[in-house]
Design a binder for this molecule. Structure first.
Ligand SMILES: C[S@@+](CC[C@H](N)C(=O)[O-])C[C@H]1O[C@@H](n2cnc3c(N)ncnc32)[C@H](O)[C@@H]1O
Length: 211
């Protein structure tokens, strides 16, 4: 995450343990507190409906997938990819691969039904391992963001939705500009579950300009 880490690891552990979203995730049986960022945005934007096809980029440990697969239900399709292993979730077609490599991308395309398939929602919470060098971290994050956007533009239905995690700072404005060139509606979202000291923001783009 892009939040400033407290000076020592004990402070970090303390903050994690006292975080209300961490506690809530444990009670609700979710694998990550990240799930509440998605559910909060969904509460206002109605992102997921039964029967939808959803692609979850950067899905591990699986909070978004756990919640999303229930929302799409038995008639929907839920495809997830991550570099890391993810404990299986019933109904989720999980691919362990690098989305920035053609093998990873091709596996996702195959899972959604091929080159001509169309999906309803692409959600990307992908984040690189942070180096602490802001300019490097920004560049890596936006590279992932661009790949996710390219995928969304190619595979979304005309009225589909793309939700992507980005960091405020270098690269943010040009990324928003490209999103606006491709989608009719673009909005920034900062859910309460996203730590206030974090530069993390979610961009939601709806309705392709050239379907
Ligand atoms: C913040 S976590 C996602 C949390 C997830 N949304 C949840 O609810 O549990 C970001 C994930 O992005 C993944 N990631 C980063 N780069 C990736 C890439 N090139 N391909 C696939 N996954 C990637 C990381 O491995 C990490 O698991």
């Amino acid at each position: 995450m892009a939040s400033a880490r407290p000076k020592n690891s004990r402070d970090w552990v303390q903050r994690h343990l006292s975080d209300p979203y961490v506690k809530r995730a444990q009670v609700d049986g979710f694998r990550s507190r990240s799930v509440y960022k998605l559910t909060e945005i969904h509460a206002k934007e109605k992102l997921v409906k039964p029967g939808m096809t959803v692609v979850d980029l950067g899905s591990a440990p699986g909070g978004w997938s756990q919640w999303g697969v229930k929302e799409v239900g038995a008639t929907g399709k839920f495809v997830a990819i991550d570099l890391l292993e993810m404990e299986p979730i019933a109904g989720v077609h999980f691919i362990q691969a690098d989305f920035s490599e053609s093998a990873g991308l091709n596996a996702v395309i195959e899972a959604i039904g091929g080159e001509n398939a169309k999906v309803d929602l692409v959600i990307s919470d992908m984040a690189p391992n942070l180096t602490g060098v802001v300019i490097t971290d920004q560049a890596r994050l936006f590279t992932l963001g661009e790949l996710a956007m390219e995928f969304a533009v190619k595979f979304l239905k005309p009225n589909g939705v793309f939700l992507v995690k980005v960091f405020q700072g270098v690269g943010f404005e040009p990324y928003v500009k490209t999103l606006r060139a491709n989608f009719k509606h673009v909005a920034a979202k900062k859910p309460d579950a996203s730590r206030s000291e974090s530069r993390e923001t979610y961009l939601m783009a709806r309705d392709l300009k050239i379907p």
